[in-house]
Design a protein around this ligand. Structure first.
Ligand code: BES
Ligand code: ZN
Ligand code: ZN
Length: 486
């Protein structure tokens, strides 16, 4: 069970663990922190530090560093709440008193961040373990004396809902590829859509062929598992005709073996993660109604395995995509751009005000930005800025990368409109982005390469080893504040 988080300025008497968030001056409001005790144990109040102590009346105390008060952000509180839940793993009921926010973060944002950090840290993926040690914390009270409880409650509720979307994405990614096949993903999406008040349509392999999704069909050709094209739609309540529509497209490769351009054993160990873009789209869309998001949204998830079977697409083969453009496949491991070509072309047909795609697209993006930061590219600087700002507010890290027109010739093909790879070792993330750009027409478009941050290799803060659900928070924030761009 997820931790039940409630806003309550009255502390329940059966609380058995108490959070004491403090800035680096160790000057706690309320003031019963034993500063000498903390310092002796090497606790200096730096952001991210935790120190477990004995609290009053047999409770456990968890001192949480918040760092410099001038640098307080929602992310600092999210990490503090995560540190608290990790320290309180075996307790039952906790209380987290917000620090003096000194105007840098609103009480609503603070309560939201604490709920997110606590719920994300408290969830582990354990259905395949005979013995697991799930978080035993049943309830968490968030309080801030002097702050309207209604404001706190609204923040807690929003944070809890956002976390639910992130955790759905994580769980989908963490399922083994043998279980989370394209057919299973389509089933889950259908079920989630029904519960979340979304429209849903699933195209099977026959329809995929009939609809000329040659990129998706070409990638699926080497697999015994049939591909699916999943399409979700969200209509806000009482929306008039002028409400803008945003299209989300997510790469849904449930397993990327590389195809005939087979990956190494090492390289494919984590490739069940290659559906993280699709999982982020589904995770975000699953909570749009509960968050009362005011724009129309469609979600397109081309999903397939990439396998080297006897009918697999061969290096040198040419695929014809949904918009008629042809791609010469010279490396079958560069398959994400092939399925996204069709997904983006379908998105364009819906005449959206903007398209945002998410994909674990290139190892080159991991080389450039590492495992914590997603690359953002696109054809519209205003939209790219909006996505970047939404990511920043949500606590997800992104960085803009260019799409230089002079690199387009890297993908000129001898026999087709383009080939699917550029020069080895040169700007692989940008070349992939330039290929995607061929399929969005004039629609404002932003592309998030999440190959790095989609998976975590450590238990750290509110992340656990495995899928991170990266992108869900950015998408929710973007859709909640979306402004059409020129
Ligand atoms: N799914 C991979 C990208 C990836 C790599 C994601 C590492 C996460 C971690 C993608 O399909 C791929 O294999 N891309 C190739 C492209 C290359 C052949 C041009 C890559 O990045 O090596
Ligand atoms: Zn690949
Ligand atoms: Zn891939």
């Amino acid at each position: 069970m997820p931790i039940a988080i409630t806003a309550a300025n009255e502390v329940s008497p059966d609380v058995d663990v108490v959070a004491a968030p403090v800035f680096s001056d160790l000057n706690m409001s309320g003031g019963d922190l034993d500063v000498g005790y903390c310092r002796e144990r090497g606790f200096s109040g730096k952001a991210g530090e935790t120190l477990v102590t004995r609290g009053a009346n047999g409770t456990t105390g968890v001192v949480l560093g918040l760092g410099d008060p001038a640098k307080l952000t929602g992310e600092v509180l999210r990490l503090a709440a995560a540190g608290f839940v990790r320290a309180a793993w075996r307790n039952r009921a906790g209380v987290f008193t917000l620090p003096d926010l000194r105007g840098s973060v609103s009480p609503f944002e603070a309560a939201k961040a604490v709920a997110e950090g606590a719920l994300l840290a408290g969830h582990i993926f354990d259905p395949y373990k005979a013995s697991s040690e799930p978080c035993e914390l049943e309830s968490l009270f968030v309080r801030a004396p002097g702050v309207d409880e209604g404001v706190l409650a609204a923040g807690v509720q929003r944070g809890s809902t956002v976390a639910r979307g992130v955790l759905l994405a994580r769980d989908l990614v963490n399922e083994p590829a043998g279980a989370m096949t394209p057919r299973r993903l389509a089933e889950v999406a259908t079920q989630v859509a029904t519960e979340a008040g979304l429209g849903v349509e699933v195209w099977d392999e026959v329809r995929i062929g009939a609809e000329c999704l040659g990129g998706l069909a070409g990638v699926a050709a080497g697999s015994d598992e049939p591909a699916r094209l999943i399409r979700l739609s969200y209509e806000p309540g009482g929306a008039g005709p002028n409400v803008p529509k945003v299209a989300l497209v997510g790469k849904g490769i449930t397993f990327d073996s590389g195809g005939l351009s087979l990956k190494s054993a090492e390289g494919m160990m984590t490739m069940k993660t290659d559906m993280s873009g699709a999982a982020a789209v589904l995770g975000a869309m699953s909570v749009l109604r509960d968050l009362e998001v005011g724009v129309r949204v469609i979600g397109i998830m081309p999903t397939t395995e990439n396998m080297p079977g006897g009918r697999a697409t061969k290096p040198g083969d040419v695929l014809t995509t949904r918009n008629g453009k042809t791609i010469e496949v010279l490396n079958t491991d560069a398959e994400g751009r092939l399925v996204l070509a069709d997904g983006l072309a379908l998105a364009v047909e819906a005449s959206p005000a903007a398209i945002v795609d998410l994909a674990t697209l290139t190892g080159a993006c991991v080389a450039a930005l590492g495992r914590r930061i997603a690359g953002v590219m696109g054809n519209n600087d205003e939209l790219i800025a909006q996505v970047g700002a939404a990511a920043e507010r949500s606590g997800e890290k992104t960085w803009p990368l260019p799409l230089p027109a002079e690199y387009r010739k890297q993908v000129d093909s001898e026999i087709a409109d383009m080939k699917n790879i550029g020069e080895p070792g040169q700007a692989g993330a940008l070349v992939a982005g330039l290929i995607l750009a061929e399929f969005v027409g004039d629609v404002p478009w932003a592309h998030l390469d999440i190959a790095g941050p989609a998976r975590s290799y450590e238990d750290d803060g509110y992340l656990h080893k495995g899928g991170t659900g990266f992108g869900v928070r950015t998408l929710i924030e973007l859709l909640s504040t979306f402004e059409p761009v020129g």
